[in-house]
Design a protein around this ligand. Structure first.
Ligand code: HEM
Length: 141
């Protein structure tokens, strides 16, 4: 990812985060629509869960210029997710729900370049997480 892409991701996320509760609500509504099988994995209060998701995503987005710092945190998070019942296949609908949420929240500001930057960033994050949690070759899960 180049500097321009990192800047696009950071700017679009900060806009989305201005209405974090709405973004989290859109995210889970879409996720449970496209992947209803993951709904039972979430046991807690969804407002609380949404806030955690947005905070963690914010930390990842902030650290994009320094991937060596993000990787260990992402790896630990991924291993914890195995205990929540999360499977490697679940990363794809979560990525789709994230892109959907950005599109819904940003409208025309979410242009093709910004979307491509997000898709690249999420794929690399998901690959790091899946590799840590399930092993095997990233991208072939
Ligand atoms: C890609 C990046 C992801 C991030 C940044 C993220 C973030 C988080 C965070 C911060 C928590 C709270 C952890 C804790 O309380 O210890 C959490 C819990 C959880 N996440 Fe994720 N997550 C990601 C991917 C996924 C995926 C792919 C799934 C699959 C459905 C998922 C499902 C869950 C579930 C089921 C919980 C536990 C909910 C509960 O306790 O009721 N997450 N996630």
């Amino acid at each position: 990812m180049d500097d321009t892409q990192i800047m696009m991701i950071q700017q679009s996320f900060s806009k989305l985060a201005q209405n974090a509760p709405q973004a989290a609500e859109t995210f889970y509504a879409h996720l449970f629509e496209i992947a209803p099988e993951v709904r039972p994995l979430f046991k807690g209060d969804m407002d609380h869960q949404g806030a955690k998701l947005m905070t963690t995503l914010g930390a990842v987005v902030k650290g994009l210029r320094d991937p060596d710092t993000i990787a260990p945190v992402a790896q630990m998070l991924a291993r914890n997710h195995v205990g929540f019942g999360v499977a490697a296949d679940h990363y794809e609908p979560v990525g789709a729900a994230l892109l959907h949420t950005l599109k819904a929240g940003l409208g025309d500001d979410f242009d093709a370049e910004t979307e491509a930057a997000w898709a690249t960033a999420y794929t690399s994050l998901a690959d790091v997480m899946k590799e840590a949690a399930y092993g095997g070759s990233p991208g072939h899960t």
